[in-house]
Write a protein that binds this ligand. Sequence first.
Ligand SMILES: [Zn+2]
Ligand SMILES: [Zn+2]
Ligand SMILES: [Zn+2]
Length: 81
Amino acid sequence: MARQCTHFDGSVAAPRSDRCEGCGSTFNLRVCTTCGHVGCCESQKGHNTAHAKASGHPIIKSLPLGPGAFTWCYVCKAYVE
Ligand SMILES: [Zn+2]
Ligand SMILES: [Zn+2]
Ligand SMILES: [Zn+2]
């Protein structure tokens, strides 16, 4: 059964960097929709995950933002439709 995520209200903070704030990576980036933090994905150094754990911010989107971007909820551990 798919669960409906209740953590994402649809608003997305503008990315505050054009590279990972942890290591400077410029590809496969994720933005925190709560505060705009930019971090790299798990296949790199996982700085987006580290930010989510440290801050408690639950939702990230893949960059670049647009029709192809996905949304992930760390609380639900599921993609947000
Ligand atoms: Zn959720
Ligand atoms: Zn990084
Ligand atoms: Zn954040």
